[in-house]
Ligand binder design. Structure first.
Ligand code: HEM
Ligand code: CA
Ligand code: CA
Length: 271
């Protein structure tokens, strides 16, 4: 990988695909004059990235095996390979998903959780897709890699009290208080090992160093997930195996099979 962050971006793309009408490649479709896709939904606009890498993988695969491998499966495999290459677990990826001929900006806005979510909102967004509180906590461990824009964590670092004060000060240095200044400045989601897939995210939560309001909600957020966070912070092996299992579960959300959907030729547009 030329850029370590790309692994994080590809992992997130898979999440943003699966949570919106299932793992069907819907997130990859470009807007056109007659079609509104998901790329400009609030959680994706100026934020989701990695589309060119998916295009490169797809064209390489089409050369050797045309019309067989869906864009949805490429997202699933890219997410797994990203995690494994960055030091995380390996799992066998189920394949055979087909690609959607539609996408829904409204469904993207309504299904992908916001970083200002509280504990109940997180639980319910995940349970709507058959994912348990334990799956929520394990999958949130994906925030052990990658970067976030100032606008997604500004409110937390200036206004919240359940945050380590030196961590808040560190983040404030590159994320000005005023909306509109430095909105796109980046900070790592995991202050310790932002390009390594480990269990450091859970240690951060225990230290009050969750970057998003939603992250910190999983520990001392008033819900019942504190013991799961403690477990993953003490036992990296249980995090690795639960993360892999939860990724398989997430990858099972409403796949298109049989004669539903299509195998796209280009991931950015329907055939
Ligand atoms: C639990 C609810 C979740 C919320 C509220 C959330 C929210 C966010 C936000 C706001 C960002 C930064 C976006 C930006 O700067 O524009 C982000 C980045 C990221 N998220 Fe999540 N996320 C959640 C769950 C997940 C899950 C389940 C995964 C994967 C298993 C994941 C993987 C990532 C990764 C890897 C990044 C960094 C991407 C990059 O560097 O390009 N997130 N998330
Ligand atoms: Ca989708
Ligand atoms: Ca890490």
């Amino acid at each position: 990988m030329q850029e370590a962050r790309m692994g994080a971006s590809l992992l997130r793309l898979f999440f943003h695909d699966c949570f919106v009408n299932g793992c069907d490649g819907s997130v990859l479709l470009d807007d056109t004059s007659s079609f509104i896709g998901e790329k400009n939904a609030a959680p994706n606009r100026n934020s989701a990235r990695g589309f060119n890498v998916v295009d490169d993988i797809k064209s390489a695969v089409e050369i050797v095996c045309p019309g067989v491998v869906s864009c949805a499966d490429i997202l699933a495999l890219s997410a797994r390979d990203s995690v494994t290459i960055l030091g995380g677990p390996y799992w066998d990826v189920k394949l055979g998903r087909r690609d959607a001929r539609t996408a829904s900006q409204a469904a993207a806005n309504n299904n992908i959780p916001s970083p200002s979510s509280n504990w109940n909102q997180l639980i319910s967004r995940f349970s709507a897709h058959g994912l348990s509180p334990r799956d929520l906590v394990a999958l949130s461990g994906g925030h052990t890699i990658g970067q976030a824009r100032c606008t997604t964590f500004r409110a937390r670092i200036y206004n919240e009290s359940n945050i380590d004060s030196s961590f808040a000060r560190t983040r404030q240095r590159n994320c000005p208080r005023a909306t509109g200044s430095g909105d796109n400045n980046l900070a790592p989601l995991d202050i310790h090992t932002p390009t390594y897939f480990d269990n450091s995210y859970f240690k951060n939560l225990i230290d009050g160093r969750g970057l998003f309001h939603s992250d910190q909600q999983l520990f001392t957020g008033g819900g019942s997930t504190d013991s799961i966070v403690r477990g993953y912070s003490n036992n990296p092996r249980s995090f690795r195996s639960d993360f892999a299992a939860a990724m398989i579960k997430m990858g099972d959300i409403s796949p298109l099979t049989g004669t539903k959907g299509e195998i796209r030729k280009y991931c950015r547009r329907v055939n």
